[in-house]
Design a protein around this ligand. Structure first.
Ligand SMILES: [Zn+2]
Length: 171
């Protein structure tokens, strides 16, 4: 799923937590986005092996370039942050240090949203780094009409408008 949608989920959840401080609300949003924090590394690899001009390289090219991107060392941080193993370790640390459990929930929620929406090359490696099996997904998120090419900017503008309204009205 795209970063804009994950960000929006973070804003909506933070809005539903009125007792949280501003810092805690921002952390809720950061944890909703965290698994994709190193996605820019994937683009570096994709641009390296894609035959298309750099400005034309798109997320959907991952699917075409398939296994070459997925097995790249550039994808290691992505797989690591999308792993149930990593989340479980974080959850245990959260319980020990009594951090709000919602941070681990946001992280897990990100993975749950990614599982059905990531097809083929973008399948989520839930047991990374121990096993390289990946989920198959049921549809390609980036193939949806409102996300294709420049349409994504309109979609993000709608999410941003709603987010700003929520922040101004309820935070
Ligand atoms: Zn993700």
């Amino acid at each position: 799923m795209d970063a804009g949608t994950h960000l929006f989920v973070g804003v909506v959840t933070a809005t539903a937590l009125p007792s949280f401080s501003l810092t805690q609300k921002l952390l809720v949003i950061i944890f909703a986005l965290l698994p994709d924090a190193f996605e820019w590394l994937d683009y570096i690899k994709m641009r390296e092996i894609s035959t298309r001009p750099h400005h034309e390289v798109r997320k959907k090219d991952f699917v075409k370039l398939g296994i070459r991107v997925r097995q790249s060392v550039f994808m290691m941080p992505y797989h690591f942050l999308h792993s149930l193993v990593t989340i479980t370790i974080f959850l245990i640390i959260s319980i020990i240090y009594q951090w709000p459990i919602v941070y681990a929930v946001m992280w897990s929620g990100h993975i749950l949203l990614d599982i059905p929406s990531h097809e083929k090359a973008l399948g989520i490696r839930l047991w990374y780094p121990f096993f390289h099996w990946h989920t198959k997904g049921s549809f390609d998120w980036w193939a949806l009409p409102f996300l294709k090419d420049k349409h994504i900017l309109g979609y993000w503008a709608i999410l941003l408008t709603i987010s700003l309204f929520l922040i101004q009205k309820f935070w």
